[in-house]
Ligand binder design. Structure first.
Ligand code: HEC
Ligand code: HEC
Length: 333
């Protein structure tokens, strides 16, 4: 808890500069003087979050982006990552309960139940190999990709590994740090009285959202049973076999939350109003419900109509239109 807090404080400090290095094409770019010498790309985040075995390069990120947007990657049914992870929808989608690709560089357990633990490369390997069953023969037969993998990794053969490395590079650059709330923290904009009230609720023991969706990532990266059901699904228990983990799911980031409906792991809520009603008076008690959930006997934190409206207004401050419109993330096709 303490460690996470120090990290958060540090992240808040570096966040301001990240956006600029993440989307400024010229920064860190050198004209290569020989073929297949990659160009380092500098993402201004703590080194621990990067992977020394897979340093970011301009070529690697561009290749990862292309793969992300290309249906050629799917060995089964012609899907592309972008089908369920859409930039304008916070790299999530209205069509399913997919998890958003926002600030995942700070994550080390992936999927709703944390089934894949480790680095970004590990979850990408899972996506490419197990989920997409990518057809490596098809990629290797493609002259454009042959060339791009050679330039990015000096690789003669396209493999599951270097494919996931490229995707990991691109997804690491998907950083949101310019929402209205970020700008407010940097004293660049002010919030309306309603938004301020919402913020106070969010960060108070009364409304209590911050324990699991705290600044600046708006997730604690941990797993909780937030009281959705009397008889919760397995959740994290499916991975750990520990009965205490029943009903525990990954706290999603609330960055761009206004755009990532439907909500919860099973997409049961269609709107943020429904989510707020749930936390206010819809909680269900179960033995593994998180102790952080307040007033479970009364069904939740009991907000007034005005408080609900204020909280909603504050949640809208997490929308980061710089991120949603960043051309560096857009389709290369
Ligand atoms: C058909 C829709 C669909 C497609 C296509 C898709 N995803 Fe997902 N993605 C999801 C869903 C749904 C989840 C949440 C699933 C779960 O946790 O069980 C998810 C979760 C993820 C996560 C975990 C995020 C986190 O916070 O833990 C990553 C990373 C990811 N997807 C990457 C990809 C990549 C890379 C591709 C392309 C190779 C891809 N996805 C294609 C629907 C999709
Ligand atoms: C005890 C930790 C905890 C607290 C406190 C908490 N949440 Fe959550 N929140 C979670 C978890 C875990 C999930 C995912 C649950 C699931 O899908 O099963 C979640 C999901 C959400 C979602 C849906 C996200 C998505 O992408 O689907 C929203 C919105 C949300 N919470 C808002 C809030 C607000 C607003 C508050 C304060 C009133 C709050 N949360 C308090 C842990 C918490």
């Amino acid at each position: 808890m303490k460690k996470a807090h120090i990290l958060s404080t540090f992240l808040l400090f570096v966040f301001a500069s990240i956006y600029f290095s993440a989307c400024n094409d010229d920064k860190g770019k050198e004209v290569p003087d020989a073929p297949y010498i990659t160009t380092p790309f500098f993402l201004n985040i703590p080194e621990a979050l990067l992977n020394a075995d897979n340093p970011l390069t301009v070529e690697g990120i561009a290749l990862g982006k292309r793969l992300y947007y290309d249906t050629l990657l799917d060995g089964v049914s012609g899907r592309a990552c972008v089908q369920c992870h859409v930039q304008k929808e916070g790299f999530s989608t209205y069509a399913s309960n997919s998890l958003p690709h926002i600030n995942l560089a700070w994550s080390s357990a992936f999927l709703w139940n944390g089934q894949v633990e480790g680095k970004m490369e590990d979850i990408m390997l899972f996506e490419v190999k197990d989920f997409f069953e990518a057809d490596m023969a098809k990629l290797n037969a493609n002259a454009t990709y042959k060339d791009l993998f050679k330039k990015a990794f000096n690789a003669d053969k396209i493999t599951y590994e270097n494919t996931s490395f490229a995707l990991a590079q691109f997804v690491r650059t998907l950083i949101s740090a310019d929402s209205k709330y970020d700008k407010f923290l940097l004293r660049k904009v002010s919030l309306t009285p309603s938004e301020i009230n919402g913020m106070d609720l969010y960060y108070s023991e009364e409304g209590d959202c911050f324990h699991c969706h705290g600044t600046p990532l708006l997730t604690d990266g941990d797993f909780h049973n937030n009281g959705l059901d009397e008889n919760p699904e397995e959740g994290r228990m499916a991975v750990t076999s520990n009965p205490q983990d029943r009903g525990r799911f990954k706290s999603p980031t609330l960055r761009n939350i206004a755009l990532t409906a439907p909500y919860m792991h099973d997409g049961r809520f269609k709107t943020l109003e429904e989510v707020i009603d749930f936390y206010s008076e819809g909680l269900k008690y179960s033995t593994t419900i998180d102790p952080l959930m307040k007033q479970t006997h009364a069904g939740g934190v009991q907000l007034t109509t005005q408080e609900k409206a204020d909280l909603l207004a504050f949640l809208h401050c997490f929308t980061d239109s710089t991120f949603l419109n960043n051309p560096a993330y857009a389709s290369p096709f």
